[in-house]
Design a protein around this ligand. Structure first.
Ligand SMILES: NC(=O)C1=CN([C@@H]2O[C@H](COP(=O)(O)OP(=O)(O)OC[C@H]3O[C@@H](n4cnc5c(N)ncnc54)[C@H](OP(=O)(O)O)[C@@H]3O)[C@@H](O)[C@H]2O)C=CC1
Ligand SMILES: O=C(O)C1=NCCCC1
Length: 321
């Protein structure tokens, strides 16, 4: 019997091993595999904890092509900012996919941030047709920050605008990012003329209006406060020119049930859009990627990190000549 103990990887170690160059293709592959039904991923269990303004989510997945098996447990506690803690904190259990034996216990707070932004990059790549000159980000928390970094890295937008409810945080983030990011004090001005928009807040009421959107704009809607669809006004969903995509249809039936019951049609999964040519999306359509967040993204990201860790160890023990 193997007595090998599971490895523990802290968020600090995980962060040092995460690279957009390896993560984005891995998340793209996971989204494609899910739509090809090469992934086992049941709808996640969500335990709301209303008295704490929080929730706990249990998210297992198995990727056949990556031979990756794992489960993330993640919490979302909206009042954590005042306690100096991240709102979203996760832990990933990464197993041997042949035996189920636990290989790594990985802190999953960094992975959750990075893989969510990577999924938005993949969705933007496959759903947005036109030029990518102006990016507007609403929310300057963990997700707002990591989306700025991922989008800037992948698409090299000419302008990156950031609005936040608490203006000083948008200013501080732009100062940290450098001259390529500009803070906006008015969200309408931030969104108008933008080619791509990211909403990454806990806002319980709409922060984007249809009349602000230019034809062909693409929105990555990330926020999940009380619901997963508070950030966009109803008119956006009702508009005939809007096409809504999700990461996982089965999860959307559950988590976006209210929208679906109100007649909003989900066009399909981003993984399905990858197999369509862009010509099938009219360039004047407004596209929305409703990012629910998928366990398979976490599991393949954990594999990328574990592989990078093993390579680093090997390199350190290789004799130099
Ligand atoms: N789809 C997915 O896979 C994932 C989704 N998420 C979701 O992304 C969102 C952001 O998460 P994260 O960045 O980690 O959280 P943070 O706590 O780091 O940031 C929260 C952001 O929401 C803003 N905010 C809070 N309440 C309101 C409000 N009433 N109106 C407007 N803005 C508000 C905050 O503004 P201020 O600075 O003024 O407080 C801040 O910009 C959350 O909804 C979270 O659930 C997170 C991870 C994965
Ligand atoms: O997919 C995730 O991880 C999360 N999704 C919604 C908010 C909490 C974390």
């Amino acid at each position: 019997m193997s007595s090998e103990q599971p490895l523990f990887m802290s968020d600090e170690t995980v962060k040092s091993l995460l690279k957009w160059e390896t993560l984005i293709p891995a998340v793209e592959g996971a989204m494609r595999d899910l739509s090809k039904k090469d992934v086992l991923q049941p709808p996640r269990l969500i335990l709301p904890i209303p008295s704490k303004n929080g929730a706990l989510l249990a998210m297992p997945a198995f990727s056949k092509s990556e031979s990756a098996l794992g489960c993330k447990v993640v919490t979302s506690f909206q009042n954590n900012q005042e306690k100096g803690l991240p709102s979203i904190m996760g832990t990933i259990l990464f197993m041997d996919s042949e035996t189920g034996k636990l290989k790594v216990i990985m802190e999953g707070t960094e992975i959750t941030a990075w893989r969510t932004a990577a999924a938005s990059v993949v969705a933007t790549k496959h759903l947005h047709v036109g030029e990518k000159k102006i990016l507007a980000i609403l929310g300057a928390g963990t997700q707002g920050r990591i989306h700025a970094l991922a989008m800037h890295h992948y698409f090299q937008f000419q302008e990156v605008r950031i609005w936040n409810r608490t203006e000083s945080r948008a200013k501080a983030l732009c100062n940290e990012l450098g001259s390529w990011a500009t803070h906006y004090s008015n969200k309408e001005r931030c969104v108008r003329d933008a080619d791509v928009i990211v909403t990454a807040t806990y806002s319980p009421t709409p922060i984007v209006r249809l009349s602000w959107l230019k034809p062909g704009a693409h929105i990555n809607a990330i926020g999940f406060g009380v619901k997963h669809h508070n950030e966009l006004e109803d008119e956006i969903y009702k508009s005939e020119s809007t096409v809504v995509w999700v990461d996982h249809m089965e999860a959307a039936q559950k988590e976006l049930a209210e929208l679906i019951n109100n007649g909003v049609r989900m066009r399909g999964e981003v993984g399905q859009a990858m197999t369509l040519s862009h010509a099938q999306t009219q360039s004047s359509n407004i596209t929305v990627f409703h990012s629910l967040g998928m366990a398979v993204e976490d599991v393949v990201a954990a594999k990328v990190v574990f592989e990078a860790h093993k390579e680093k160890l090997q390199a350190a023990t290789r004799p130099s000549n």
